[in-house]
Design a protein around this ligand. Structure first.
Ligand code: NAP
Length: 583
């Protein structure tokens, strides 16, 4: 008679599925630090559907999504599934794995019991009309990440996956290596190969951000396999060797430059010129690394806010910046002149479909893709691995944890067609970008049913505004406007023409007018030339919180207040700050 439950590392006879299994579970009542949220439990082994497969997990990959799942933010994945009718009050995470097929549904044709497999994490409803009509499953409304949005991921003796997720395990890799690469490598594959004419081609040049990181290390190898050249970005020269061994032509230390961050305002002549100087010297460094004056045809992006302006600037005319995350922030600024005049493309990308995952896996099977495993953990250490990630103390590269495999280093049974170098990361290499803000935080669903509660004390604009308008005309000189500001001790002057407010000259506009000009040149300019046109207004009865959103959304410090469409006063950020401190 078969056993009801097997110990960890005690592999059941092939094809024999015990009733129960060991697993690391997250439950809602312990959402929080990964060290506390993950607990070992014994649960029923899941049943499978006709298109599904039950895999005995040998090792599982660690990804950031299950740090979010453990914390229960921004989405409670358990509650989200319960809403759709799934009964389990727990989450078994894990979106990367290697293992052995133990059971297949009747419609599964690509794998059989006993096959050694790795799994990609893309799932979708096979009855989805979009997918049935041949649409990319990545755009299907039913698309879900296995082991994050779905239950019964790889942090258990058995995992439930769709047949289409299974791909052959590279024989030359041990279990933990094979469990480490699929999520990042498939993501990098779609970014590089998924965008038609803009995809990477032989002899192209690619600029790879975070070349020593999980995605970047995969991207360098995929670019090399395509016969193209890559330049890797890193934060220290100690990582140059690692990236070059993976196949980069050369590397750039991002700490040698300081023009990062959001673009200076286009009216800021001096600031913009300084930024241009920085970004041009960065472009020249790319030429130096390449040994020729060429711009990257493709820029592989994920830092986001601090690097997008540079990525778009240095990208070749007609080239593509492809982005899958905003690790440093989400408000990417773009100088549209470079985007449209040089006809560049800013392309979003997310994970990969099964065709792309399998194309990527061919590289791994041939030995052309090192999994870049930076650290492997025992089963007991699974929460530690997630805690390190949550605390930003984990190494770069990819991490895995043993599940069914008894020891490290087991499972390799062959030689790759192509011999690999195994580069190693410099000792002590950890993340330096401040954390937890914001990694690529999963988006809350648009369909989220819970109503959002916003606290508001009901203050109106009229409660705080300054009544009366201090104005000038478009023909007044900047010198005149400056005098009005100083005499009246105000920060902005409304520009009136024909009884209507047509713009505002703020202190910022005055300072920007002075940037890159002499005082005399600045003073003789006209209010109409330097004002912020269009005059953002709000009604005196508008909620103060709405007025603040209007100001921050437009990067403004004040609004002209109107009543019956007539300007009656001004509300400024200074007024709001005064309210905060209770003046
Ligand atoms: P990772 O291993 O932490 O690597 C990120 C790299 O970015 C680091 O190697 C770091 O290298 C570099 N970096 C950090 N701060 C930077 C900054 N301010 N400017 C420029 N580069 C900076 O992470 P990963 O696995 O490659 O993932 C990167 C991002 O993509 C994460 O936010 C992840 O959540 C997301 N992701 C998205 C998908 C998707 O399908 N959408 C899939 C996988 C990952 P240096 O310090 O050496 O420069």
């Amino acid at each position: 008679m078969s056993k009801q439950l097997y110990d960890l590392g005690e592999q059941p006879p092939l094809g024999e599925v015990p009733e129960k299994m060991h697993a690391w579970l997250i439950r809602a009542d312990r959402f929080g630090k990964p060290m506390d949220a993950f607990q070992k439990e014994v649960v029923n082994t899941p049943s499978i559907g006709d298109d599904e497969v039950l895999v005995y997990v040998m090792a599982a990959g660690i990804n950031y999504n299950n740090v979010w799942a453990a914390m229960g933010i921004p989405v409670n994945v358990i509650a989200a599934r319960n809403k759709t009718g799934e009964p389990e009050d727990f989450h078994i995470g894990g979106s990367d794995a290697s293992g052995i097929v133990y059971k297949v549904g009747k419609d599964v044709t690509n794998v059989k019991v006993g096959d050694e497999v790795v799994m990609h994490c893309g799932t979708w409803d096979r009855n989805c009309q979009w997918v049935k009509k041949g649409g990319d499953p990545m755009y299907s409304p039913s698309f879900k990440i296995w082991g994050y949005e779905t239950n019964f991921g790889s942090f258990a003796q058995f995992t439930r996956v769709q047949g289409q997720q299974c791909m052959p395990k590279p024989k030359h890799m041990n279990w933990e290596e094979a469990a480490a690469y699929t999520l990042v490598a498939a993501t990098a594959w779609r970014m590089l190969h998924g965008w038609g004419a803009s995809s990477i081609k032989k002899d192209d040049v690619a600029l790879i951000w975070g070349g020593a990181g999980g995605l970047g290390s995969m991207a360098i190898q995929i670019v090399k396999a395509a016969g193209a050249t890559s330049v890797a970005m890193v934060s220290g020269e100690d990582k140059f060797d690692y990236c070059m061994k993976l196949g980069a032509k050369g590397c750039i230390n991002r700490n040698d430059f300081d023009h990062w961050g959001m673009l200076p305002h286009w009216k800021d002549g001096a600031g913009y010129a300084k930024w241009l100087k920085g970004v041009r010297s960065f472009g020249a460094k790319i030429w130096e690394v390449l040994g020729e004056k060429r711009a990257p045809n493709l820029v592989f992006e994920h830092p986001g806010e601090t690097t997008i302006p540079t990525s778009i600037f240095v990208c070749e005319t007609g080239g593509m910046v492809v982005v899958c995350a905003g690790t440093t922030g989400y408000n990417a600024t773009v100088d549209l002149r470079y985007l449209w005049m040089r006809q560049k493309r800013l392309q979003g990308s997310h994970f990969a479909n099964s065709v792309q995952s399998n194309e990527m896996n061919q590289l791994a099977l041939r030995g052309q893709l090192d999994p870049c495993l930076s650290r492997a953990f025992t089963y007991e250490e699974l929460p530690v691995a997630h805690q390190l990630m949550g605390d930003n103390k984990h190494p770069h590269g990819n991490m895995a944890v043993l599940i069914g495999a008894k020891e490290f280093g087991l499972g390799a049974s062959g030689k790759p067609a192509v011999a690999m170098v195994h580069p190693t990361l410099p000792k002590g290499d950890v993340h330096t970008t401040p954390h937890p803000y914001p990694m690529s935080e999963p988006l809350p669903s648009i369909e989220e049913a819970e109503a959002l509660t916003i606290t508001d004390d009901g203050s109106k604009v009229r409660d705080l505004m300054h009544a009366g308008i201090i104005s000038c005309t478009p023909g007044d000189t900047v010198g005149t406007v400056a005098k009005i500001m100083v005499d009246k001790e105000i920060h902005a002057v409304v520009v009136m023409e024909g009884g209507k407010a047509v713009g505002v000259v703020s202190q910022t506009d005055m300072v920007l007018a002075r940037q890159g000009r002499t005082s005399d040149q600045a003073r003789s300019m006209l209010a109409g030339q330097i004002m912020t046109p269009g005059c953002a207004t709000c009604d005196a009865d508008m909620l103060l919180s709405d007025a603040v959103s209007l100001m921050t959304g437009r990067r403004m410090h004040r609004l002209v207040v109107t009543e019956k469409d007539q300007p009656v006063g001004v509300i400024s950020m200074t007024d709001v700050v005064r309210k905060i401190i209770g003046e």
